[in-house]
Design a protein around this ligand. Sequence first.
Ligand code: AGP
Length: 611
Amino acid sequence: MCGIIGYIGSKRALPIVIEGLKRLEYRGYDSIGVLVYDQDKKEVYLEKQPGRIQEFVKTAQLDKEGSLAIGHTRWATHGGVTKVNAHPHWDCAKKIFVVHNGIIENFQVIKNSLVEKGHKFRSETDTEVIPHLIEEFLKQGLEYKEAVRQSLKIVKGSFALLIFNSDYPQLLVGARFSGPLILGVGDNEFIFASDPTPISLITKNVIYLDDGEVVFVDKGSYTIESFLGHEVAAKKGVIDFEIKEADKGDFPDFMIKEIFEEPLALENTLRGRLILQEGRTKLGGLEMIEERLRQIEKVVMVACGTASYAALVGEYFFEEYAEITTEVDLASEFRYRKPIINDKTLVVAVSQSGETADTLAAVKEAKEKGALTLGIVNVVGSTIARTVDAGIYSHAGSEFAVASTKAFTTQIADLVLLMIFLARERKMSLVAGKEILGELLELPEKMRSILLQSDKIRILAEKYSAYKNFLYLGRKYNFPVALEGALKLKEVSYIHAEACPAGEMKHGPIALIDENFPSLVLAPKDSVYEKTISNVQEIKARKGKVIAVTTIGNQELERLVDDVIYIPQTLEMLTPLLSVIPLHLFAYYLAKKLGRDVDRPRNLAKSVTVE
Ligand code: AGP
């Protein structure tokens, strides 16, 4: 997954593109590249190198003039992390320059054909075929825009592209197919970007682009076409991104800032959506599908990573409270199964970015099979949000850390709201609805009380920072939280951690346990507490260390385990919104103790827009 950005307008382009790349860096950060075109000198300045943008700006010539620039921050797919593989890539004549996010699946066939025609390639990337392909069509006599269209029709796979040709210095081309790209339209200036965060550098007015669309920004105006050349109407919108969101404030890292924002994010997600006296929820995004929702006989949730764990929490309470058959499918597996879904199935896509390729592909598959699709998405106007039949936005605010935290808790909250919406149309009583919603409103303060223990949890994380392996255990609602805790630790600390249902441990994973393999056990006082304590005893009997998360007032664990973290009492189905907070903090502080770059962990990217 990479970040691409392009500017053409009345200002100096390079500073805008550099600042935009800083905001896009969370999409991929193993190398950086920029091109700026100086219309007066008719010169291209191009600089690219492996490494982070903070290193890049120390050596790049940032004083370069020019009102057109493109930039790229890379997460390597084809070809190693080298200078030659960094973007932009260009053609033989070094006139056509391309930055790309995605994967060109048929690049090898195209490359072989172009090599036979005499094209010289420099990199190992799939991207490099694009400028050469356009160049070849130009050689065959096609007009430039037609050469671009023909090239876009030939390449297969996923892409969001920006193309500049120094023979057409007033023209910047953007195109997308299964890769995110959005156009900002300012006052005589335009900015393309992979997501809304850099757009607000010049405007809040955006044009959403769909797959198979190409935009020609030429001499101060733009036209949108299909790859076949048919004009397409602009889908206009306004982004609500605020500059202050892109700032760490008083926090050292985005991850810890966003963990401390979890209570506020929950308050924002709930605001205006609870009809407490009726024990119901008001979800504006569902009004047009209310009738179809009443006919739903089965719910299938599709998501990846952390989002899939939020969905797993939802699976339990959808069945327990809405009494609807519910299953969770990893989006990357969903389309390769033969899922039994039809027009009585509700497919819920859970995604923070709204751009995850696997989840988007699952949504498209579900739509083809006639299912009703619904998105639980954080980024307004994202591709998944614009593909599903209806949606519920998580108002978590922008999440910049690669490790998702506040998105996880708000996704669960959105699923609770959806469950209540469905359950109260079915058998859920007024009393039950009011009880859940009433307790939901109490949670932000209960989350804040856990955050007050952050220093204690930091000390605990440092105490355990020498261990190389961890086992995370939980039952029922807390098994997905164990999965989330293990993923968080892996992502930011690079320490091996695995999660398993506490009841499953005796069927194999217990073989791992010894004094060098500590366990984090989620053991709130709930319906499965006693069973979970048996698992704790099994671990202790094998000299395994145990950190337990349990309910305030439950003192019995003090004598049984090595360390205890207490969380407030709440409804069993809402426990994950509290029990995850210590695990988010534990992962962050342990990674910091190890000196990790918690906001930009190695090998990862925030939005996985390749399959
Ligand atoms: C979470 O910390 C990870 N960064 C990753 O698992 C993420 O949740 C997953 O890629 C799904 O992303 P999405 O929510 O944007 O679809």
